[in-house]
Design a protein around this ligand. Structure first.
Ligand SMILES: [Zn+2]
Length: 85
């Protein structure tokens, strides 16, 4: 059936052909999405692969850094969530 494909962890370099407990992250300049492993997400052109939560978090931290480094918006006036009574 499907040919065997190898995936490589972006952080530690681990390679696996059956990364069922891995995570997939797709990100752009304004958005980052974390997926539990599924081949559709994993094979997307912008997908990045991580062997575990710890390595995924490392990547997310880097992404936050890259976004926040030039200029940081002020969050001092965050809207308060309103619950309709
Ligand atoms: Zn890893």
């Amino acid at each position: 059936m499907a040919s065997i494909q190898e995936y490589r962890c972006e952080v530690c370099g681990t390679v696996s052909t059956s990364p069922i407990h891995w995570y997939v992250i797709q990100c752009g300049e304004s958005q980052l999405t974390v997926f539990r492993w599924n081949t559709t997400a994993a094979n997307a052109p912008e997908a990045r692969h991580f062997c575990g939560e710890a390595d995924a978090q490392i990547y997310i931290s880097r992404w936050f850094d890259s976004i926040c480094s030039p200029s940081k918006p002020s969050f001092s006036t965050m809207p308060t969530p309103r619950n309709p009574a």
